[in-house]
Write a protein that binds this ligand. Structure first.
Ligand code: ATP
Ligand code: MG
Length: 342
């Protein structure tokens, strides 16, 4: 049905969303990284979108888990079950040829966690597994010519992590990862609304505010939205109108941390490569980079142009899926030099 090579599968194992890309098919899975299990027996009841609906609204006997929250594998068993579930749903087509899998994960996860992810992929039916940094996958997915002898900076802002890397000649020259991303933006909004308005709101409301009216850069038009929550003093439900200026104020701290990390990474970059980055710009990927006005703010703060990738949410899965093809180029150029040096 497919050629041998098209059995490569790229997986973006994100803290918010898991995506699976197959070369011959495109993105075949795009679901929230959530697993719902029965309390006590820990039997899996739902995975992905269905499990997310249960998240935050679970009845007593069901527990919905985000196994990768905050960029760490908080729950190894559920991570394993989730990978196996997603891979199994697409596996019937691989009954005869076991696929190769490349999995993009945040570079801040530990060696033990990395091995556990590899193990789960083998158990799910892979014949070969590579686990790579998500910013390397993002760079390939964003079509950055990573094999050029020139510096390229990629900044992936996900749900739980932000990873900033400088890549040249196919290798990572500098990589910095922090456990902070779009989820932290939501938390900052929740805290702000509570402390300024005495109103308790949920994660979904905060995310809606961020996506609908959040803007990291000042704008002429001020947008407003009405939200509902629980009054922290009376305990009664209440409405509140909130505007984009206030949301920006709430996001100031996490945004500053991300910008500081980008500046630090630029500071650690060898000067020749930094000069290339100034010329070519910083490429942004990940759902967090979709926050309105964020590329503009980063550009203003660093003095470097910023480009938002074409499909910021898909880049890691796409790049992971194309990794074997790319690494072939890298391996063959290496073997030429190896033979020259032997
Ligand atoms: N239009 C948007 N504006 C602002 N934020 C957005 C938008 N769309 C998605 N997000 C945010 O992007 C984040 C999810 O991004 P993404 O799917 O890239 O994360 P992930 O890959 O699962 O996480 P990580 O890379 O940290 O493991 C969420 O916090 C979500 O709220
Ligand atoms: Mg990601």
């Amino acid at each position: 049905m497919f050629g041998f090579e098209s059995s490569d599968i790229g997986i973006d194992l994100g803290t918010c969303n898991t995506l699976i890309y197959i070369r011959a098919k495109g993105i075949v899975i795009n679901e929230p990284s959530v697993v719902a299990v029965e309390r006590g027996t820990r039997k899996v009841i739902a995975v992905g979108e269905k499990a997310k609906e249960m998240y935050l609204k679970t009845p007593g006997n069901i527990q919905a888990i985000r196994p990768l929250r905050d960029g760490v594998i908080a729950d190894l068993e559920s991570t394993e079950k989730m990978i196996r579930y997603f891979v199994t749903t697409i596996l019937p087509r691989y009954r005869f040829i076991k696929p190769r899998m490349v999995i993009g994960i945040p570079s801040c996860i530990t060696e033990v966690e990395k091995r556990a992810v590899e193990e789960s992929a083998y158990k799910a039916g892979a014949r070969d597994v590579r686990v790579i940094e998500e910013s390397l996958a993002a760079a390939i997915g964003a079509d950055i010519p990573i094999f050029e002898p020139a510096g390229h900076m990629i900044c992936d802002i996900g749900g739980g992590t932000t990873e900033i890397s400088v890549i040249s000649l196919g290798g990572m020259v500098v990589t910095n990862a922090i456990r902070l991303g779009g989820d932290e933006f939501d938390d900052a909004i929740i805290k702000h609304v509570r402390s300024v308005h005495n109103l308790i709101i949920g994660e979904q409301t905060a995310e809606r505010l961020k996506i609908e009216i959040g803007n990291a850069s000042p704008d002429k038009t001020i947008e407003k939205v009405e939200i509902k929550g629980t009054d922290a003093i009376t305990g009664l439900p209440r409405r509140l109108e909130i505007d984009s200026v206030e949301v920006r104020e709430a996001l100031k701290d996490p945004l500053t941390l991300i910008i500081d990390e980008i500046k630090a990474t630029l500071g650690q970059t060898p000067p020749e490569l930094a000069a290339d980055i100034v010329e070519r710009g910083i490429v942004m990927t990940g759902g967090g980079s979709l926050l309105k006005g964020l590329p503009k703010l980063i550009s203003k703060e660093t003095g470097v142009p910023v480009i938002l990738a074409d499909h910021p949410l898909d880049c890691v899965a796409l790049g992971a899926g194309k990794y074997f093809e790319y690494s072939k180029g890298l391996d063959s150029s290496r073997s030429i030099y190896d033979s020259l040096n032997s």
